[in-house]
Design a protein around this ligand. Sequence first.
Ligand code: ATP
Ligand code: MG
Length: 646
Amino acid sequence: MYKIQNHKVSENQLRQTHLDQDGYERMYRQSIEQPDMFWAEQANRFVEWMQPWSKVHESNMEKGEAAWFVDAKLNVSVNCIDRHLKTRADQTAIIWEGDDPNDSRYITYRELHEEVCRLANVLKERGVKKGDRVCLYMPMIPEAAFAMLACARIGAVHTVVFGGFSPEALRDRIQNAECDVVITADEGVRGGKTVPLKQNVDKALTACPNVHTVVTVKRTGADVAWDEQKDVWYHEACAQVSKECTPEPMDSEDPLFILYTSGSTGKPKGVLHTTGGYLVSVALTHHYVFDYHDGEVFWCTADVGWVTGHSYIVYGPLCNGATTLMFEGVPTYPTASRCWEVVDKHKVNVFYTAPTAIRALMALGEEPVKSSSRESIRLLGSVGEPINPEVWEWYYQVVGDSRCPIVDTWWQTETGSILIAPLPGACGLKPGAAMRPMFGVVPALVDNEGNELDGVADGNLVIKQSWPSQIRTVYGDHHRLIETYFSTYKGVYFTGDGARRDADGDYWITGRVDDVLNISGHRIGTAEVESALVLNDYVAEAAVVGCPHDIKGQAIYAYVMPMKGVTLTDEVMAELKVAVSEQVGAFARPDFIQPTTGLPKTRSGKIMRRILRKIACDELDTLGDTSTLADPGVVDELVEHRLNRG
Ligand code: ATP
Ligand code: MG
């Protein structure tokens, strides 16, 4: 279907990788054939334990139960901080780049230790105990990482709520997770604009009587309402407590955090992760997938409010003693070159972002990229949505100057860590393919009846064996865990995504199963049709959905966003239809194309096709929950200009 190009990683890059193809295959085989031996070895390599396990793992995929490193004890903050103090106390742990290009901070491991211990003591003084839930509603400032680690140090369970969420969304999450403490900032700063975080917290708390303490970081100095009982300034409270805090020994299966999924498909779920297995998985994947080498600067552009920020800004990199970069702003502020200026300023070696950001930058052309050197970059990463091959090529050629491998990492909030990705040095690269399973991960494709498909196949992606960073429950609703992930197909974890396995055995994610189109009996993932549309030079972004059709069952309705400064003429739209027929097949030719200036996205930047489908089907009364949308305003534009399917 696509012109598949195998990009070979250059010799120069191969020489440095932790693994080559044989090494990967050997380790992968061992991880499947002798999982207990494999994981015991990795757990000892990546993590420091206070007490060993009695059993490596126990799981029941029928019931959705998993326990890893049973009876072992550890503390995540010790692993991310204390154990590095012997060798790297003065190494930068966190580079913070502010929204304003003149603001940056460098926090060493020694400073990180002090900051985390102080805040942990503040929380203890305010009565927070092991197992209590603490809500973090913070901008991208180092205190967000300090707060996560402070919770981990005393055994409190954090639930980070993305700072872009409304007071109502925040309230729902505080209530659902039963938090009694909130950590926030007076205001957040993003793209030159301020966000009234403390004010939003105050609004949310009118319906959260259990919250007795709000710790506020002074970020901008804006005026905020103050309640002498409840409110505490972060800097004042931290100055009054000891800079040492004894870490709480945690059971490997004690909860580490609850995190609500981004809500692309419906009501967000409070995904609960535990301690030992999660930490081993994120450290191992950070090391191998990004081929991280000591001393490198690692930049994951996600927000700490998403799982990517948890696993690959905070826990994975810090567990490995890395230097992790945290960016407060947005890729296009003050100019479209911002990301590359940050790369040059801090000599970033690994850059990990999402297709939505790459597409937005691509729409602005090459010039803003080419004005930077980017010579420090060694590897690029992508996560969050399928990356269209055209966008992959741009990322590879323009951003990476055709010399950096791209790791397209497939995973979910529920999986905790990367499960499918092309390991640098261990496999070739195919634009748009997530490629190979990580160690211990056994993916399979099943048809709608649950029959496993062999060889080259297209189906529902499931995972057959337990992995250490597997979701343990949906907080407060264990039934939902079983129903959502372990009931559709018996004895396996159902991802909700579709995938294709090609003749080489490599995996391609085709999109969410709920979004799959069914045209005259042909089932087709959204990614394939959208990629064909994005191939056109005039198109920046596209989303396709199915709408009812008398003969074909479903017709394809495409929403297309042009590149900056381009208008989509009838001629271009006709060309687009032909292009899809040629690339994918005549059956996939879109019946309708609606040009648009925006697409509805979750706050983490994913296209929400559920809403587009309702618009295309004229089901405007049932648009559903739009509270997780980044910009609810685009819905009005889309509705107003919807096409008459008559
Ligand atoms: P919700 O579960 O509430 O609908 P969500 O699925 O968007 O929200 P996340 O856990 O943030 O929440 O996202 C995981 C999903 O993102 C995956 O199931 C998949 O659909 C998509 N995804 C992530 N990485 C990739 C990738 N590299 N290629 C293709 N799709 C990806
Ligand atoms: Mg999901």
